[in-house]
Write a protein that binds this ligand. Structure first.
Ligand code: ZN
Length: 359
């Protein structure tokens, strides 16, 4: 079978055609992280024939990755992910070039890596690396395709493309804390699959650049896969952005390797005794309206996930609760990423609070 036949089902699309396929074959994409997002993104980019694909991942395949990281097979457990992914993708498509980068992306290697590729896919799960990706992308003039998942929620955006906003236009401040990886936060593989696959689609749209395509530049697509309810939010460019309002040479790259620190648990009884603490209900508006802990404040997890930040002091104890204690743990992890270190999750949530039987 000729290479032309391999791509025939996409080249018959008028939006792609032979010209689009030539662009795909000439393109290069760097995927930072071969995890839940990177695996599906890489599969579709390689299958579509993206001419050169780089994979950055220092981590090894673990058995607990296999429920979502669909590139890997059981016999690859223990192998470096960049190498294991490249091996699998070579078997899928021997006509493309795969470059393995079995290292951690950091402020020393990021610029040279990015300069070697047309587009970057963000397959990471922590803010420290997302900020480094963003800042390096702006510095090197590389568009990058952001993806994020938490529970059943997914987010997708294209940053630094054709003068559009960057990630720091959305989240200007570098968080002091870190995001937990999927070892702590629950995740269903298909949720990552939808976002990772969509990242591949955005990359292909940018590469082919057919007039009918509108990449998600200046927009944030948000989906709740409980119901598949989704919306596209506008993201204006921030003209005082700490990164993209600067010239390339003035953008300094910083990075500190993310370390997951556990969130403290607090019982309802302890929470009742801590009168000085600020208690925050992270349930949705209707749940809060139905009933809530007296003197608590309300800030829904969904708003935190959309990037809204509550106006709360950093020097006060903060106790978070939801109905059962799961969503409030996610909220605590997001706030930890925003630099809060004095957070506790109320075990058992509002249901436990109401029983008063807890120890
Ligand atoms: Zn910006």
């Amino acid at each position: 079978m000729s290479i032309k036949q391999r791509y025939q089902r996409q080249t018959i699309l008028p939006e792609i055609g032979d010209l689009g396929q030539e662009k795909i074959s000439a393109a290069s994409v760097l995927c930072v992280g071969a995890g839940g997002l990177g695996c599906p993104a890489l599969l579709y980019l390689a299958a579509a024939g993206v001419g050169r694909i780089g994979i950055v991942d220092f981590d090894a395949v673990d058995e607990t990755n296999l429920q979502r990281q669909v590139l890997f097979t059981t016999d690859q457990i223990g192998r470096n992910k960049a190498q294991a992914a490249a091996e699998r993708l070579r078997a899928l498509n021997p006509h493309i070039e795969l470059q393995e980068h079995p290292e951690e992306l950091n402020n020393h290697n990021a610029e040279a890596l990015f300069e070697d590729y047309d587009i970057v896919i963000d397959g990471t799960d922590n803010f420290a690396t997302k900020f480094l990706i963003n800042d390096t992308a702006v510095k090197t003039g590389t568009p990058f395709i952001y993806g994020s998942i938490l529970g059943f929620d997914g987010q997708l955006a294209v940053f630094n493309h054709n003068g559009g906003p960057c990630y720091r236009c959305l989240f200007p401040g570098a968080p002091k804390g870190q995001i937990p990886n999927c070892a702590e936060a629950g995740i269903i593989g298909a949720v990552a699959g939808i976002i990772g696959t969509s990242q591949a689609m955005e990359a292909l749209k940018i590469i082919v650049a057919h007039e009918s395509f509108s990449p998600l530049s200046g927009k944030l697509w948000v989906i709740d896969m409980h119901s598949m309810a989704n919306k596209t939010l506008s993201l204006p460019k921030n003209h005082n952005c700490p990164t993209c309002s600067k010239t390339s040479k003035d953008i300094a790259l910083h990075y500190s390797s993310p370390i997951c620190s556990p969130i403290a648990e607090i019982s309802c009884a302890q929470a009742r005794k801590n009168k000085a603490a600020l208690v925050i209900d992270v349930r949705e508006r209707e749940e809060w309206a139905a009933d809530h802990i007296e003197n608590a404040q309300h800030f829904a997890l969904s708003r935190l996930m959309q990037g809204h930040t509550p106006d709360i002091p950093t020097d006060q104890d903060i106790i978070l609760y939801c109905q059962k204690g799961v969503r409030s743990m996610q909220a605590a992890q997001i706030l930890q990423n925003q630099g809060y270190s004095n957070l506790s999750n109320m075990t058992g949530g509002y249901e436990a609070w109401l029983t008063r039987n807890e120890v």
